[in-house]
Design a protein around this ligand. Structure first.
Ligand code: HEM
Length: 337
């Protein structure tokens, strides 16, 4: 672990120049005010510098270990943060297990048998509780782990704003309603993003997270069924046939396809190149090449730096969606008793 933490510090120095530009572009001071639904919290850079300076090195070393054991884990951890933030803000509600008082978000349709990485967050939390008891929120751990997952996959680094609190409850209904589905068209996607204050550009940039990770055949099978092919005239024929072959082999609930079949574990702009050649895996991916989103897809396909810059900015924006949570949980799966 000591070695991994040293590697983290080197990476931190490497990205410090990039961090500087993000800070100056996104806020005028060291603090950012996140205000959604009337609730306000202050997030800041370097939030744990005095109270728990080990926070980021500890998260990084666990994420690095998890990704080296299972390369897909980078994608899974990035997605966890997204599914947290879209349901009443970034408050770690996604991590809560069901209780007699509420049904949590883990069994909601977008999450069940799909979200991964809970054990990695548990391990990070246990380590942090040992070093700095009840100091670092689970919601902040999710935000840092998402950034580290991108960095470890070859993507950009940015400084994460912190100071989130963990929720006292979770909402299965909001998870079903707020997280967009894989067959959504552009206007549905956009309205779900705009509902939480994110723009068309944020939608296109954040969808670039599908440059890594996997989806189950059952998620997109409707799109590749021969009976519905006429609904997907923008799908590349060879790509379509390869998906049909893959998904006919065994159980569609367990067979997985790469979201970016060209560079599946690298965080790069290949996702957008794929979209332009009709090789987006989900209907919601391919929907981005239409209408007012197409120009942004083309610019990211052309210019990886432009994608990285906008992705960083959009992650900071998404990460500041306020859950208005109430505590620092000791165990990310349950509220404190
Ligand atoms: C724009 C709307 C979005 C839709 C409709 C969508 C939908 C999906 C679906 C259906 C899957 C596969 C689930 C499965 O088959 O089990 C998936 C995977 C994934 N999503 Fe999204 N997503 C969206 C946006 C995002 C955003 C904003 C992020 C992160 C910033 C993200 C990150 C990921 C990642 C990394 C994976 C792969 C996870 C893994 O391999 O474990 N997605 N998404």
């Amino acid at each position: 672990m000591a070695y991994l933490r040293a590697v983290y510090l080197i990476l931190l120095l490497k990205f410090s120049a990039a961090f500087g530009s993000i800070i100056s572009n996104s806020t005028t001071s060291n603090e950012a005010e996140a205000c959604i639904d009337g609730a306000t919290i202050m997030l800041s850079f370097g939030f744990y510098l005095n109270s728990c300076p080990e926070t980021e090195p500890i998260v990084f070393s666990w994420v690095e270990k998890a990704v080296s054991d299972d390369p897909r884990m980078a994608a899974s951890l990035l997605r966890l943060h997204f599914h947290d933030c879209f349901v009443n803000g970034c408050d770690a509600s996604v991590l809560l297990d069901d209780t007699p008082n509420f049904v949590g978000e883990k069994t909601a349709a977008p999450n069940a048998n799909s979200l991964r990485g809970f054990e990695v967050i548990d391990a990070i939390k246990a380590d942090l509780e040992y070093v700095c008891p009840q100091t670092v929120s689970c919601a902040d751990i999710l935000a840092i782990a998402a950034r580290d997952s991108v960095v470890l996959s070859g993507g950009p680094g940015w400084e994460v704003q912190m100071g989130r609190k963990d929720s006292l409850s979770a909402s299965n209904t909001a998870a079903n309603n707020n997280i967009p589905g894989p067959n959504s068209d552009l206007s549905t996607l956009l309205s779900k993003f705009q509902n939480v204050g994110l723009s068309l550009q944020d939608l296109v940039a954040l969808s670039g997270a599908h440059t890594m990770g996997k989806a189950r055949c059952s998620t997109f099978i409707g799109r590749i069924n021969s009976s519905s092919i006429s609904n997907s005239p923008d799908l590349n024929l060879e790509y379509l046939q390869s998906l049909q072959q893959l998904c006919s082999q065994s159980d569609a609930n367990t067979t997985l396809a790469d979201l970016d079949h060209m560079t599946p574990t690298t965080f790069d702009n290949q996702y957008y190149v794929n979209l332009l050649s009709g090789e987006g895996l989900l209907g919601s991916d391919q929907a981005l090449v239409k209408d007012e989103a197409r120009g942004t897809v083309e610019s990211y396909a052309d210019d990886m730096d432009a994608f990285f810059e906008d992705f960083k900015r959009a992650m900071l924006k998404m990460g500041s969606l306020n859950g208005g949570g109430g505590e620092i949980r000791r165990n990310c799966r349950a509220v404190n008793s």
